[in-house]
Every structure is written in structure tokens, then in C-alpha cells.
Design a protein around this ligand. Structure first.
Ligand code: SAH
Length: 252
């Protein structure tokens, strides 16, 4: 009887000490902006992000220092649903709901580097999704306009970007195929969903000297990442860069 009492008391002490240790350890953890109560270990995510840049991006020859810096500073995990947040810095795309995905980090960096973003640029993105690509661009250019077809995704991304302080991003809910004529012409256009063909309105809304990056191809076909450049005399040149796989550009 006595021994079992001692064992019971020791067990209680172990539980209390473990809880106290956990609480002390968690002092560096902050509440995530997920809308639900959950703890996010910011220090661990910062380390994972640094590793992501070194091992997945710089290692694969992305050289633009500003792009590398942006990839290291934007908190990708805050753009990813809580249920799959653990995979935020994996070398893969991640589902963001509504059958959509946030691209693999390397592809985001690759497309951003191809755009050759300059600090005075005004950029159009088609396919806001989580808002992550827009946030990366927001750190590199003057103004980002981004269009999302799925209303709930667009509204969520708009709130998220505002909460995180990306004041130079404007989100519109609508069909990005038509571009955003009110803010055209753009120095650069990036499309983050695969189009069957290159939308003419997007070519029209590109500034002379501008660049567009867009995946082209059907859903089940091999898609190509295309770089479209418009020279100063408005001559358009189309170049296939690498094979890719994107969700389809939908029409409304
Ligand atoms: N750039 C996003 C990921 C894009 S996934 C990010 O960083 O998270 C592709 C997105 O394109 C999806 O959110 C999808 O809803 C959107 N989309 C598909 N067709 C569209 C269209 N015609 N106009 C605007 N957005 C579209």
C-alpha cells in the first residue's frame, strides 16, 4: 500500500515537472494567424526556411540575391492551412483547399527570378491562391495586382496579406484571363495556373520591355513554362523554358 502511494506521488511529480518544462520551452512560440487557436514554433520554421533556401533553391542555381532574400523572409507557413502546415518547407507543392495548391518553393523562386523583378515595377499575378507568390513579389517590386477566381481563396488571401503587412498588394476576385486593364500596362505578368493558350489580353497588357511567365498546356498533358518577352518595339517573343505541372487556369 505504502509503496504504491510513493509510486503514485512520484508519477504525479513527473507529470507536473514535464508540464512545467513544456510551458517554459514554449515561451518562444507565438499564436499563428490561422484563425484557430494553435501554437506555431516560429524559431523552428525560421530554421526550416533558411534550410529550404540553401538546399532547394540556391543549391539548384537560383542566383538573384533579392529573390533568395525574399524567399528567406516571407513566412511561407502562414500561407498554408494548419492541417498541412508541417509540410510548409518541404520540396513539394502543398494543398490550400478548393482543389488548389501553393507551388513548390523552388518553382516560386524560379518563376520569380525569370521575371527579373525591379524595385520600380508594377506586376500582375493571375491566380492569387494563398497569396504567397504575391507576398514574395511584394518584397521585390513597387506594386502587385493579383487576381483570384475562387472568391473564398481571394478573400482569405486579401486578409492574410493585409494582416502580414503587405500593403503594396491589391487582390481582385475575378477571371484573370482578362487581366486588369485599369492598372495596365504591367512591367511583368506571372500566371500561376496552366492555360491552354497564352491569353491575348495579358500580352496586350504587358509593357514594351516587359516579361511574362506562364505555364501552358492541358491538365493531363505535359505543360511548358513559357517566358514571353515584349521588346521596346512591342515585338513578342515566346520561349519554352522547362516542363512543369500546374492546376488549370479556369474560366468564368
Ligand atoms: N500563386 C498561388 C498558387 C496558385 S494555384 C500561391 O502562391 O499560393 C492557382 C490559382 O489560380 C488557384 O487559386 C485558382 O483558383 C486560381 N485560378 C484558376 N483560374 C483562374 C482564373 N481564370 N483567374 C484567376 N485565378 C484563377
Amino acid at each position: 500500500m505504502k509503496i504504491s502511494m510513493v509510486v503514485f506521488i512520484i508519477s504525479c511529480l513527473v507529470v507536473v515537472i514535464s508540464c512545467a518544462t513544456l510551458l517554459i520551452y514554449n515561451k518562444n512560440k507565438v499564436l499563428a494567424m490561422s484563425g484557430r487557436d494553435s501554437f506555431v514554433d516560429e524559431d523552428a520554421f525560421t530554421r526550416q526556411r533558411k534550410r529550404m533556401v540553401e538546399e532547394q533553391i540556391a543549391y539548384r542555381d537560383i542566383k538573384d540575391k533579392r529573390v533568395l532574400e525574399a524567399m528567406e523572409s516571407v513566412p511561407r507557413h502562414l500561407f498554408i492551412p494548419e492541417e498541412v502546415r508541417f509540410s510548409s518547407y518541404y520540396d513539394q507543392p502543398v494543398p490550400i483547399g478548393f482543389g488548389q495548391t501553393i507551388s513548390q518553393p523552388y518553382i516560386v523562386a524560379f518563376m520569380t527570378e525569370l521575371l527579373k523583378p525591379e524595385s520600380d515595377d508594377v506586376v500582375l499575378e493571375v491566380g492569387t491562391g494563398s497569396g504567397y507568390q504575391a507576398a514574395i513579389l511584394a518584397r521585390l517590386v513597387k506594386q502587385v495586382y493579383t487576381i483570384e477566381l475562387v472568391e473564398d481563396l481571394g478573400k482569405e488571401a486579401r486578409n492574410r496579406l493585409k494582416t502580414l503587412g503587405y500593403g503594396n498588394v491589391e487582390v481582385m476576385i475575378g477571371d484573370g484571363y482578362k487581366g486588369w486593364p485599369e492598372h495596365a500596362p504591367f512591367n511583368a505578368v506571372i500566371v500561376t495556373a496552366a492555360a491552354e493558350h497564352i491569353p491575348q489580353p495579358l500580352i496586350d497588357q504587358l509593357k514594351p520591355g516587359g516579361r511574362m511567365v506562364i505555364p501552358v498546356g492541358g491538365v493531363y498533358a505535359v505543360q511548358e513554362l513559357m517566358l514571353i518577352t515584349k521588346d521596346v518595339s512591342s515585338k513578342v517573343v515566346k520561349e519554352s523554358i522547362i516542363p512543369v505541372r500546374f492546376v488549370p487556369l479556369l474560366r468564368k
